[in-house]
Design a protein around this ligand. Structure first.
Ligand code: SF4
Ligand code: SF4
Length: 407
């Protein structure tokens, strides 16, 4: 694609990157059919190729409108278009740049700005955990819209006490420890069986930055990345072999720290090291799947359906990895149509674009439940909460499913 970005913008590192991404797009449209919002709305401007044109116009000095902003807001950042693209267009990085440029030109209505600010501060702040717990306790008296966003409280086993020579670091995170603390405990107990000890990150660590990045606060996201790197560094220097995320939405962001902080003289080298060390939980457990299979007591009649989050299959480029791991430990995994399509959760998308989000959930659950699984297994807390609200079938993290079946 020919480009004509403004000289001032081209002199910035972000401008050069955007130019190179735009030039790699050959207009072929292979991405269009894989885009969930294009499938629902049928409008070229609600598909990747149309959004790329819109961003190109703005980055070339054109005027952004509320309509431009809406088409970009409707994008789930699911990156299914990247998986389909034969030219390797890095759509997600262009989207970050394009959204920032549009945000500078188009002021959102006051109510929307307030909601986005509330989500940025509320989901990543210290008050989220006590408020979420209060909501779980008062669940019965809450309105349905709030009640369906709350996961039921689960009991879990103790954190393993056995030290091992192999050590990995778990990031602290923000919403997952409050919504489902059982996930990290289950992961630590499974890793313990494989001879891997989990080190928990220091108290100053927190959100990976994804929430602020997707809600128009890139500087806030960089601040969170720097704070995490500072908090994790002692464990890395002490020999942690990997930073392991049990939420694929966080993992994909941490794997990008090296890029996000590439121009920060104080953090670039450490950010690159953090990204190189980051692994999804499935990547750490997969090599031990035969050893794990020998320690599981499975019911041969039990069937599971896998919802591979977009941040796992597209963002971290791990297509089929969850299904493969579960089959390797002996699970019966049922086939699922349209496995590449987003479930509609997408961080805060389910709140900010609730109609599209609900339509995508219905479509996804139809496919997940078509072969009557006993449970639906996912790798991301946002998807688990979103899908749980739409079905009576049990939805849980795959590592919890494995952990309760350990002998
Ligand atoms: S990221 Fe997802 S929703 Fe956005 S354009 Fe690509 S395929 Fe469509
Ligand atoms: S598939 Fe890739 S090259 Fe083709 S239009 Fe989409 S983004 Fe551009």
């Amino acid at each position: 694609m020919q480009t004509n970005l403004t000289d001032a913008f081209l002199r910035t590192p972000g401008g050069q990157e955007a130019d190179s991404i735009l030039r790699s797009c050959v207009h072929c449209g292979f991405c269009t059919a894989t885009c969930p919002t294009y499938l629902l709305l049928g409008d070229e401007l609600d598909g990747p190729r149309g959004r790329i044109y819109l961003m190109k116009q703005v980055l070339e000095g054109g005027t952004a409108t509320r309509a431009t902003q809406l088409h970009l807001d409707r994008c789930l950042s699911c990156r299914a278009c990247e998986s389909a693209c034969p030219s390797g267009v890095n759509y997600a990085r262009l989207l970050d740049t394009g959204r920032e440029a549009v945000e500078r030109q188009v002021t959102r209505p006051l109510g929307t700005r307030a909601l986005r600010a509330l989500l940025r501060a509320g989901l990543t702040g210290r008050l989220f955990a006590p408020l979420y717990r209060l909501g779980q306790v008062c669940r019965a008296i809450l309105p349905r819209q709030l009640r369906e966003k709350l996961l039921a409280r689960k009991s879990h086993g103790p954190w393993p006490a056995q030290p091992h020579a192999r050590k990995v670091l778990f990031p602290r995170g923000c919403v997952q420890p409050a919504m489902a603390p059982s996930i990290d405990v289950a992961a630590a107990r499974v890793l313990d069986r494989l001879g891997i000890e989990v080190v928990r990150s220091a108290g100053s660590a927190g959100c990976c930055g994804a929430i602020r990045q997707h809600l128009g606060d890139p500087d806030g996201a960089l601040g969170e990345a720097r704070r995490n790197i500072d908090a994790w560094w002692p464990a890395i220097e002490s020999g942690a072999e990997a930073i392991v995320s049990t939420a694929s939405g966080c993992g994909v962001t941490i794997k990008d720290y090296g890029h996000l902080l590439r121009n920060d003289g104080d953090y670039a080298a450490r950010a690159a090291r953090v990204s190189a060390l980051t692994r999804d939980l499935s990547e750490i457990i997969a090599p031990g799947s035969a050893a794990l299979a020998a320690q599981l007591a499975l019911d041969p009649g039990e069937r599971v359906a896998v919802q591979a989050p977009c941040t796992h299959q597209h963002g971290q480029r791990l297509p089929g990895a969850l299904e493969g791991l579960l089959r390797a430990v002996g699970a019966t995994v049922v086939p699922v149509d349209e496995a590449h399509l987003c479930c509609g959760s997408a961080g805060t998308y389910s709140i900010l674009q609730s109609d599209l989000s609900s339509q995508l959930r219905e479509r996804k659950l139809g496919h997940l439940e078509a072969n009557r699984p006993d449970s639906i297994l996912s790798a991301n807390i946002g998807c688990i909460a979103h899908l749980s609200a739409g079905t009576a079938t049990k939805v849980e993290h795959w590592v919890e499913w494995i952990e309760v079946r350990l002998r």
